[in-house]
Design a protein around this ligand. Structure first.
Ligand SMILES: O=C(O)CCC(=O)C(=O)O
Ligand SMILES: [Fe+2]
Length: 324
């Protein structure tokens, strides 16, 4: 696992960009009640295919959900509740450290290697168990992500290890810890601007009792009401590109709450920097689904994405073949 730490409210273990912050809200927001009736997709991980003859059939729901929503909550994922609780507690303890102590770390000025050291030394000084909780959680996320990737491979007409092979090896991982403080006028503040993730996919663990995440679905913002012990999964830009636009990397944002702070832990899964990504052959059909995206080295994609300010999905659009 790589470790990188970025801005004030979000400490990042891994890589990708630096999110920034606070702007006025816009767009229709669907109320939580209405969102309930929309039935935000839930995938029961224990029903997902684990190889075998009927695997494509078993994956139909995942296919439809990723095509129409690009987001789902996953239940029965096999990660023990105590591991989820441990990482949540460790991250909460980290954010509770005195401001000065966090500030003294000068996260943004550090090189990646130093960040690892600081985070780990921090764990021995002030936060016993932080490193263990993070490493244990990270291992579980890797297993889950690899299983998901195998299922996406099958959905894209490949063998279970197809995407892994195409990517020249396992998925890379980064973890970002987000803290959203309370605010007396949450209607005026957006804590995490609308963006799509530049990942293959992202696994998000969030507090059970505060709704903050909203996703863009049919031009409206739909809140994602947490299901205890579930994880939220979203398709990232790399998967949208590889699936030739079949599976959608959806814009999302997080708002803050008047009464309760909120913590979320995002695990980003992504290809190796040097890997070229592009629509996989099996997803291209010159007549019905012509190649929609250009091939690009992943590191170049990410570099360009983060050289722009966060602006929804504009960056992904610039890689469509019609823009070449
Ligand atoms: O905190 C959340 O709910 C969303 C965080 C997020 O989208 C991210 O870290 O990329
Ligand atoms: Fe995100």
């Amino acid at each position: 696992m790589e470790v990188r730490v970025e801005n004030g409210g979000s400490y990042e273990v891994g890589k990708s960009g630096w999110v920034n912050l606070c702007q006025f809200q816009d767009g229709t927001i669907i109320s939580e009640d209405l969102a309930d009736s929309l039935e935000f997709p839930v995938i029961d991980f224990s029903f997902l295919a684990k190889g075998g003859e009927d695997e494509v059939q078993k994956l139909q729901k995942l296919h439809l959900v990723c095509k129409d929503w690009g987001f789902f909550q996953v239940i029965n994922h096999g990660v023990k509740e105590e591991i989820l609780e441990k990482i949540k507690a460790a991250v909460a303890a980290f954010f509770e450290l005195p401001f000065q102590e966090k500030r003294n770390m000068q996260w943004q000025k550090m090189k990646q290697k130093d960040m690892v050291k600081t985070l780990w030394s921090l764990s021995t000084k002030s936060m016993i168990g932080f490193k263990e909780a993070l490493e244990e959680y990270s291992r579980e996320m890797q297993k889950l992500a690899e299983e998901l990737q195998a299922n996406f491979s099958v959905l894209m007409g490949l063998k279970r290890d197809g995407l892994k092979r195409l990517q020249g090896g396992g998925l890379k991982q980064g973890i970002r810890m987000n803290y959203y403080p309370i605010c007396s006028r949450p209607d005026l503040v957006l804590e995490c601007s609308p963006h799509s993730d530049g990942t293959s996919f992202t696994l998000l663990l969030q507090d059970d009792d505060v709704t903050g995440l909203q996703i863009k679905h049919n031009e409206a913002w739909v809140p994602v009401k947490p299901i205890p012990n579930s994880l939220v999964v979203n398709i990232g830009d790399a998967t949208e590109i590889q699936s030739n636009g079949m599976y959608k990397s959806i814009e999302h944002r997080a708002i803050i709450n008047e009464k309760k702070p909120r913590i979320s832990i995002a695990t980003f899964m992504f290809p190796d920097d040097e890997q070229e990504i592009g629509p996989v052959e099996t997803m291209i059909d010159d007549q019905n689904h012509p190649k929609l995206y250009r091939n690009i080295k992943y590191v170049d994609y990410v570099r360009e994405k983060f050289s722009r300010k966060m602006e929804g999905k504009a960056h992904l659009q610039s890689y469509t073949t019609s823009n070449s």
